[in-house]
Design a protein around this ligand. Sequence first.
Ligand code: ADP
Ligand code: MG
Length: 237
Amino acid sequence: TERRLIQSEKLSLAGEMAAGVTHEIRNPLTVISGFIQMMNEDPSNPYQSYTKVMQSELKRINLIISEFLVLSKPQAIVYKKVLIDDLIKETVFLFESELHLQNIQIDQHWEEQNIPINCDENQLKQVMLNVFKNAAEAMPEGGIIRLDVKKIIYHNASYLSVSISDSGKGIPPEILQRIGEPFFSTKENGTGLGMMISNKILQSHGGFIEISSELHIGTSIKIALPLETEESSHTIL
Ligand code: ADP
Ligand code: MG
């Protein structure tokens, strides 16, 4: 089964709302967290069982907020030409030791090298991390993540395709339809924001995300980023 994520009205509304409120929510949260921590550390506090729950629920709110925060700093977005190889290698490096602990091997296949891409580095790193994290979470017993970097042509334009394929549990078709909806998650502790945010980032880069999956065999997430061709860097009148 295959699916290309599209940007719905709902999705951009969620993004705009996020932009407005995340920063404002963070400060009061920090204050509350601080006081709850103090209460937890007080041995004479008779409500420890409640304040412990409050603390873990606050942690969850913070997780959701930090996932949204990527969307909420439009002023901090800087597009520049970077070698995407370095960016990908850095992300893999960040993740590798953790993945080894989970019995996951990364198998890399590079058809292209030294590829300049006009992008916001932080945002693209965020996408890579989201996708790697999902791949790892789909393989609780370990497995292989295959990374494929190559050029593709889509509607006469060339893109760099970065595929991340896992050997995990796969996605049933009815679930595949819902991926990318804000807060849609099948995980007990999932936020359901990773794919929505990744899709949003890819769209703003003029690229797209495609998911294909086979149940019990694995899932492949293709991240496509527009390549600057000789022709596309000039305006033809
Ligand atoms: P979260 O990871 O917090 O659940 P995401 O937006 O990152 O939220 O992913 C949404 C859902 O998409 C996941 O809950 C999972 O069901 C599905 N999913 C995403 N990537 C994969 C994958 N590689 N393998 C299996 N399921 C996946
Ligand atoms: Mg995720």
